[in-house]
Design a protein around this ligand. Structure first.
Ligand SMILES: [Ca+2]
Length: 420
């Protein structure tokens, strides 16, 4: 994984699984919000549907020899339909990159932080119980919840069995998805969920923290003791505890920060950067490396994801545990920064080498808020400048008599601030 740029993130547990399989992450998982009503499966060609049904008949003996009962197989696979949408998503060239700061702006945005702080209060008792049981920082668990499904708001509404069957039959990575399909069938067999209620994102990631079926089998827990490991319900209890269990099993060390933002001394040799080039905290300190907040340094490696013009971070063993969840430095950094902000911290203190005049994610949200306040109705602020926002900007620009180029930059923000 390059450190300066990142792929558009897909569900974390899914990436971990794909990485474990030696496959590249496949890009954004588009989900359409939580709920119990699954998205309808689009119409497939008769040949594709017949091909899948034939494949299902052939796959039966393998599933049964893997431990799935014939009755569970036949019942669950009776809802499998060829889903051309998942094939389209799987084949999409989704590796368009964006600068690390844009990713981190979005990961630890004001709106996500505010929502996370509110929910950290709502679920304070539960979060403390989970932290006590697993020894994993509750704000890290909150941050993963925020990153994976916007705190449960985007858990995915596609039926997992049809998606995985389609991907196993016709996907680029049939063997990996075949294994996920067998794992999904075992989850159904264990009685945790029924086939039609097993919903998630297009590539099989499920629940509040987007577990792939194999991750679920390995790590999911029944924290509320009702006999089911239920990551699909609106109640996030089992999902959040399962996430903590996953990190604990991935080597999380209680009380150790995952990331410490540092200031590097003049003349620092950047050849030493890299998460795997670990040194003791005192060895880094002897070179003049200092934590931004002045605390003593733990051992770890130093990463500078935007090079010497940007901020630097000391990353520890717990950063590696986050990478076990999703094998991306930027994802892990985003989780750590969102956790920092939800807990009341400042987020990243250093500044990235942004192009002059460009807006941060939070400033883009501010543009949208101010446009709404002026009556342009650009929708709920999300920091993504889309068609509605551009139309609103142009209308505003026409009103104030400047060139209506629809571009959101610091000049535009200033013009809005002056009028709202
Ligand atoms: Ca439960």
């Amino acid at each position: 994984m390059k450190t300066t740029y990142l792929r558009l993130t897909m569900s974390a547990a899914a990436v971990a699984v794909l990485a474990a399989c030696g496959a590249a992450p496949v890009g954004s998982v588009s989900t359409t919000g939580a709920g119990t009503v699954p998205d309808p499966i689009p119409q497939a060609s008769p040949a594709s549907e017949a091909g899948l049904q034939n494949w299902i008949r052939g796959f039966r003996s393998r599933a049964i020899s893997s431990g799935v009962s014939p009755a569970v197989y036949d019942n669950a696979m009776s809802i499998a339909r060829y889903n051309p949408e998942v094939i389209r998503l799987d084949r999409r060239q989704a590796e368009f990159n964006r600068p690390v700061w844009e990713y981190l702006d979005s990961a630890a945005s004001d709106s996500r932080t505010t929502k996370g702080r509110g929910l950290a209060g709502t679920y304070a008792g539960l979060l403390n119980q989970i932290e006590n049981r697993y020894g994993v920082d509750k704000y890290i668990v909150m941050a993963i919840w925020g990153m994976e499904s916007n705190f449960g708001g985007n858990r995915g509404k596609m039926q997992i069995i049809p998606s995985l069957a389609t991907l196993a039959y016709d996907g680029r990575r049939g063997e990996m998805f075949s294994n996920q399909l067998i794992a999904a069938l075992k989850i159904i067999q264990a009685g945790d969920v029924n086939p039609s209620g097993m919903l998630g994102s297009w590539a099989g990631a499920m629940g509040h923290t987007q577990f792939m079926p194999t991750s679920y089998l390995a790590y999911a827990v029944d924290f509320n003791g009702d006999g089911r490991r239920d990551i699909w319900s609106d109640d996030p209890t089992d999902s959040l505890a399962s996430t903590a269990a996953y990190l604990k099993r991935s080597g999380w060390v209680t009380g150790l920060p995952a990331v410490v933002e540092v200031r590097l001394p003049q003349g620092f040799n950047y050849g030493q950067t890299g998460r795997s080039n670990t040194k003791s905290g005192s060895a880094w300190a002897a070179q003049g490396v200092r934590a931004i907040d002045g605390r003593s340094l733990p051992s770890g490696g130093i990463i500078a994801p935007a090079g010497q013009q940007g901020p630097a971070f000391l990353v520890t063993r717990n950063f590696m545990a986050l990478r076990a969840y999703n094998a991306s430095d930027n994802y892990s950094l985003g989780v750590a920064m969102l956790a920092n902000r939800i807990s009341g911290g400042p987020g990243i203190v250093g500044s990235f080498p942004r192009a002059a005049g460009s807006l941060t994610h939070n400033q883009k949200e501010e543009v949208q808020r101010r446009l709404n306040r002026l009556g342009y109705n650009v929708g709920e602020p999300d920091g993504a400048i889309g068609e509605n926002t551009i139309a609103g900007i142009k209308a505003f620009q026409r009103r104030i008599g400047v060139e209506p180029d629809g571009y959101a930059n610091t000049t535009l923000l200033k013009q809005l601030q002056d009028r709202t």
